[in-house]
Write a protein that binds this ligand. Structure first.
Ligand code: ZN
Length: 289
């Protein structure tokens, strides 16, 4: 199944739902990061949620998410946009633990239970939205549920899951975000909360071959669902040699001369995609100002 998300509404638009299938883009991130299983789950959940958050934006807007917990993987950094393009990395990708008591990848142990989640939305024309909340769970999904309630005042339920093969490649990944719009009655919210408690794991639904539309139908079998647009999702990194040139220029002439004298060149690596860019002595010389 290709990666994509679908936007839907229920109950006359009072409930907004996003569901995403993200197996391929999470696998692409895993391959580029060489991340181990527990780390892949943490990164994959965050990437999937970022993709859905990006789909709530418009035009050229973009979003950056940082999950900075006290666990061994260090920070998770992802960004996304309104075109379904996401990328992300973790500081320490070689972290793996035994499955937790529920038989699931122990994401909480990798992320940590203390720290912060921050969200920056670049809304164009130098208009920024920033929000920061403490980590409340470390399982990622619960943390974003809390983020929406505490930072954006939108009662939401966020779910994301990743299943990993024994060879560490990604078997299935996906997620959903359910949001209560203003005007929804308490009864509706209570009913949905009950329903959400009995949801099957999203990663299992993806593994069984359910597409995002089928997932929403499975989650809300008794509701009339209105499907809106779909959006393809992919791992895209916008790095380029030119961007790294700017970074080198900003180091200043003295530091550039040191690279020439001591290293006879430079190699830069993009954190997001692991792409390497080489600079020869002559190229470094040309970057002096
Ligand atoms: Zn890159």
């Amino acid at each position: 199944m290709n990666d994509y998300l679908v936007k839907a509404t229920l109950l006359d638009g009072k409930i907004r739902v996003y569901a995403a299938s993200s197996t391929n883009l999470v696998e692409e991130a895993r391959r580029r990061q060489d991340s181990w299983a527990t780390t892949t789950a943490a990164l994959g959940r965050t990437l999937t949620i970022t993709a859905m958050m990006g789909a709530m934006l418009k035009g050229e807007d973009s979003i950056t998410v940082k999950v900075e917990g006290n666990g061994p993987i260090g920070a998770i950094v992802t960004d996304g946009n309104a075109k379904g393009e996401v990328r992300g990395y973790v500081l320490h990708p070689h972290v793996d633990f035994d499955l937790n008591e529920k038989g699931k990848l122990d994401v909480r142990r990798a992320v940590g239970t203390e720290g912060y989640i921050s969200v920056v939305k670049d809304l164009g024309l130098r208009d920024y939205f920033t929000g920061q909340v403490p980590i409340v769970s470390g399982e990622i999904s619960e943390d974003f549920t809390y983020y929406y309630a505490a930072s954006e005042q939108i009662p939401s339920s966020v779910g994301a899951g990743v299943l990993v093969n024994p060879d560490h490649s990604v078997l299935a990944a996906g997620g959903f975000i359910i949001q209560v719009m203003p005007g929804a009655s308490e009864d509706v919210v209570t009913r949905l909360e009950e329903q959400i408690k009995s949801f099957p794991a999203i990663s299992n639904l993806i593994r069984e071959g359910n597409n995002p539309e089928q997932i929403i139908t499975r989650l809300f079998p008794d509701e009339e669902i209105k499907f809106h647009e779909t959006m393809p999702l992919s791992f895209v990194c916008k790095c380029s040699k030119e961007r790294f040139e700017q970074a080198i220029i900003s180091l200043g002439n003295e530091e550039i001369q040191e690279m020439i004298d001591e290293d006879h060149g430079a190699e830069t690596v993009c954190h997001f995609c692991n792409e390497k860019y080489q600079f020869t002595e002559e190229e470094l010389e040309a970057l002096k100002r």
